[in-house]
Design a protein around this ligand. Structure first.
Ligand code: NAP
Length: 278
């Protein structure tokens, strides 16, 4: 692309209508007066490879990638960051000027930044972390907690085999507990994370007991609709510091925006409200 073209970015997935990323990036483009656009694109899996070849020629400087393309995208990139390779999925793509496609995963970065900002004084190294769930998002969470210095990650998932697979990939600092022991595994943990989809509007509540959680623990939920989940409310009643999941969504978007549009975006309350509006 010639340097005087208006930079384009977007999010590809299927379906894509539910994505809040256009609202998020659109807010920052307007806030910083950047002459660029961020576009949602519904791309079928069979069209993914062609889209990745074509988009840079149309003026795209990068894209976010969501379900169902996060894993397949790794095979289409020329450069894959270590963390994206370890997680096994990409969410942020840069179409470099030299023609190379660079794939990264910023979910773990967003998760850690959200805790740093939402729970001042928190550090992963303060003690073991308990992670509920072993789906796609859990891989980024486990990876980032270990990278940030968690001495141990305790993992429990309804389908134990998925948790065992994470232990195999991430090593002996990950210890797997049966789903019926998910409450007990939180004893002595400094960080507790819900990465399951339970508690989301329209889904059953996450009923795991918080009897063993210390009031010193920082408890966070990846679910952000509703913002205050029942899980977070119960943790707050126990005196724990709680951090909602909306900040992770916002923070994971900042590295992409900065690389594509050359501006480090700031997070403000207006943005949170805009993202939560129906
Ligand atoms: P996923 O790959 O579909 O994994 C879903 C997880 O929820 C699995 O661990 C699954 O257990 C568990 N689960 C679902 N129904 C259950 C039930 N009835 N009982 C017990 N466990 C159940 O989804 P994901 O991509 O990891 O996303 C998980 C959640 O994180 C979603 O709510 C998503 O919106 C949220 N998320 C938020 C952010 C953010 O920025 N805040 C980023 C990514 C994801 P099984 O393996 O047993 O099925």
């Amino acid at each position: 692309m010639s340097d005087n073209k208006i930079p384009l970015a977007g999010v590809i997935g299927s379906p894509i209508a539910h994505s809040r990323s256009p609202r998020l990036h659109g807010y920052w483009l307007k806030k910083y007066g950047i002459a660029g656009h961020y576009i949602p694109m519904d791309i079928a899996p069979s069209d993914l490879a062609e889209a990745v070849q074509t988009l840079p020629r149309l003026g795209f400087v990068g894209i976010n990638v969501t379900i169902p393309h996060k894993e397949a995208m790794l095979g289409l990139a020329d450069i894959v960051t270590d963390r994206a390779a370890l997680i096994g999925a990409a969410n942020t793509i840069i179409f470099r000027k030299d023609g190379k496609v660079h794939a990264d995963n910023t979910d773990g970065y967003g998760f850690i930044q959200n805790l740093v900002e939402g729970a001042p004084g928190w550090s992963a190294s303060k003690g073991p972390a308990a992670v509920l769930g072993a789906g796609g998002a859990a891989r980024a969470i486990v990876s980032s907690l270990l990278e940030a210095g968690a001495p141990e990650v305790r993992l429990s998932n309804r389908t134990r085999a998925r948790a065992d697979a994470l232990r195999k990939d991430f090593g002996a600092k990950v210890n797997v507990f049966d789903w019926v022991k998910a409450g007990e595994m939180m004893e002595g943990c400094a960080t507790v994370v819900n990465t399951t989809s339970l508690g989301m509007t329209g889904k059953p509540e996450l009923k795991v007991s918080l009897d063993y959680v210390s009031s010193d623990a920082v408890v966070t939920d990846l679910v952000y609709t509703p913002l205050q989940t029942d899980f977070l409310s119960r943790a707050a009643e126990k005196g724990c510091t709680t951090v909602d999941g909306l900040g992770m969504l916002i923070h994971q978007a900042t590295p992409g925006f900065e690389r594509w549009f050359g501006q480090k975006p700031e997070i403000d309350d207006d943005l949170r409200e805009i993202l939560l509006a129906e």
